[in-house]
Ligand binder design. Structure first.
Ligand SMILES: C[S@@+](CC[C@H](N)C(=O)[O-])C[C@H]1O[C@@H](n2cnc3c(N)ncnc32)[C@H](O)[C@@H]1O
Length: 267
């Protein structure tokens, strides 16, 4: 196993509670609400077979099972896979790398890649993961891939009063190099521009790719309002604006996460 993968496993096993991520701060709750809405738009109806690659501790997988989908999950982190198997309802899960899926060609109606793309720093590795997703999806099926916006970190630091000389300097560097510096936070990660994730999806063979902003342009307002008297009104407005501007190219990059969806062509 390469050093980056070992470091990512160590990060999620020793230093981060992935199972609590989507219920915490406004950004995370917006991410959950909007990702579920967008999956509702992209996925074929209940009963469809879905592979959740990099599915973490299974929050989306369990919600999809509850909605009637047939879901299997793979993830790099053994601890995540153990939690998914032990969860309620339990979901079939296996340790695997998105770059080398153990699944057969054309096995799924849709594949989710909500994590691996932003942890793979090299473009060649991201293309391998996307091509694997395309390989295991039937012709006409969907691949849905999440990325972290190039600007998410700096916007987050600004919204939460943590932008200082060091994080501002990092924001300048990120304008030309999307690679995260793990000493500032998180772990090995790559932050995309919207056009870049669209380009990677197309190069991997997907057609009709559309990139959506997940949290919308007002997620930073929701972060700044947290704990104050307007927090609920601002949060509700952020959800509304995220829907209105979902795929508006001028605003997609202002979301913390980007969601790209495309179709697998006939072979
Ligand atoms: C922030 S979590 C997201 C989990 C879940 N998909 C979600 O959206 O809430 C990122 C996940 O990607 C997984 N991951 C990172 N690199 C991966 C790889 N190369 N192959 C498979 N999973 C990977 C991590 O182990 C982690 O569970």
């Amino acid at each position: 196993m390469d050093q980056h993968s070992s470091d990512i496993i160590d990060y999620y096993t020793q230093r981060y509670r992935e199972d609590q991520r989507l219920t915490g701060r406004p950004q995370a709750r917006l991410e959950w609400i909007r990702t579920m809405q967008l999956l509702g738009d992209f996925l074929p109806g209940p009963g469809a077979r879905v592979l959740d690659v990099g599915g973490g501790t299974g929050e989306y997988a369990r919600a999809l099972v509850a909605a009637g989908y047939e879901v299997r999950l793979v993830d790099l982190v053994p601890d995540h896979v153990a939690q998914v198997r032990a969860g309620q309802p339990p979901v079939e899960a296996q340790v695997a790398d998105a770059r080398a899926l153990p699944d057969a060609d054309d096995a799924y109606d849709a594949v989710l890649l909500l994590g691996p793309l932003y942890h793979l720093v090299r473009r060649a590795d991201r293309l391998r993961a996307l091509r694997e997703a395309v390989r295991v999806t039937r012709p006409g099926g969907r691949v849905v891939a999440a990325a972290i916006s190039r600007f998410a970190g700096a916007l987050d630091f600004a919204a939460t009063g943590r932008l200082d000389a060091r994080t501002l300097a990092e924001a300048r560097i990120l304008l030309t190099d999307g690679t995260n510096d793990p000493r500032i936070g998180f772990t090995h990660a790559y932050f995309h521009r919207a056009e870049e994730v669209a380009d990677e999806c197309a190069e991997a063979g997907l057609t009709g790719v559309v990139v959506h902003g997940v949290e919308g342009p007002a997620w930073t307002a929701a972060e700044a309002a947290a704990g104050g008297p307007t927090q609920d009104a601002v949060f509700a407005a952020a959800v509304d604006l995220a829907q209105v501007y979902s795929s508006e190219p001028a605003l997609v990059g202002s979301s913390a996460h980007l969601l790209a969806a495309g179709r697998v062509p006939q072979r």
